[in-house]
Design a protein around this ligand. Sequence first.
Ligand code: SAM
Ligand code: SF4
Length: 328
Amino acid sequence: MLTDQFGRNINYLRLAIVDRCNLRCTYCMPEKGLAWINQKELITDEEMLRICTIFTEMGVNKIRITGGEPFVRKNSIELLQNISQLDGLTDLSITTNGLLTEQYIPQLKKFGIKSINLSLDTLDEERFFKITRRKSFDKVMKTLDSLLQHNIAVKINTVVMEDQNIDDIIPLIKLTKERPIDVRFIEEMPFNGGTHSLSLKWNFVQILNHIKAHFPEIQKIEDPKNSTSYNYNIPGFSGNIGIIAAYTRSFCGTCNRLRLTPSGILKTCLYEGTGVNLKDEIRMGKTNEELKNIIINSVQNKPKDGWEAQKSSLTASQIHQSMATIGG
Ligand code: SAM
Ligand code: SF4
């Protein structure tokens, strides 16, 4: 079992399998995209599988596939299948924007994937275009319907942004009335590729007050262990509502997560500027035992929380990296 210096058991790996994306969400990257990682720097399927095997041998039992947009990576479905077969893995999940996802749903179901986080910031087609800079709203809605038809649990991720999608908060909550969908409202973070100005107005308290003004009957429910969201239910609604204090970072105390970037950097905190590059270590010929020791050392030094990490290692330019390069 991997444990850090604060006694936290680390059993969850978020694997960003690619930095590229078929959307250009304003809060995530500039219109022209990013300086994409070149093919040589991208971690290969074989390297990724080896790293995942090592992590599962060390007690990681939960892996989330993310990116960039995971399904933009070549052979992503084969990679997912191989990861799903790892011994010790009890929870494999995906975060996706839903554009290419629908065609793979029957396969994902076969791989034992029970839950998918679908990013959707608005239910309005025009606003969708404004936020994502692409006309693909219908595709996302089709993916949502298909996931529900296949009994895959859906959590909608919505980044809350001043002047952009505040009018969507209540309609998104209403989606959860009849359907077993959870909606999580996320505080916007600065990781946007550097061209977008961040408004800190819509923090946890503001979002909750907005929801309470419309649904005074809303009730706090118990948060699952290690949850990053504070969770609520409106009596009579099938799905739950979560608020993720991603910027105010009040959930760090119970953090059990590690991240692997598409170029192979192991990050023990989202707000950490650097990390050891496991892909490079593999290419230098390290054995699995040596890699395990490197991982143990990194985990030992996992920062107490995102504020400490930011203070000690995040440079001003790194704060403008994109979530797509870090792995959201
Ligand atoms: N492309 C996939 C998607 O959008 O679901 C997976 C990668 S994306 C980086 C993962 C999550 O990060 C998404 O739910 C997205 O909304 C969130 N995200 C991206 N940039 C963010 C930011 N600046 N602040 C808060 N959340 C952000
Ligand atoms: Fe792409 Fe996801 Fe970033 Fe949007 S949030 S640009 S879908 S990686």
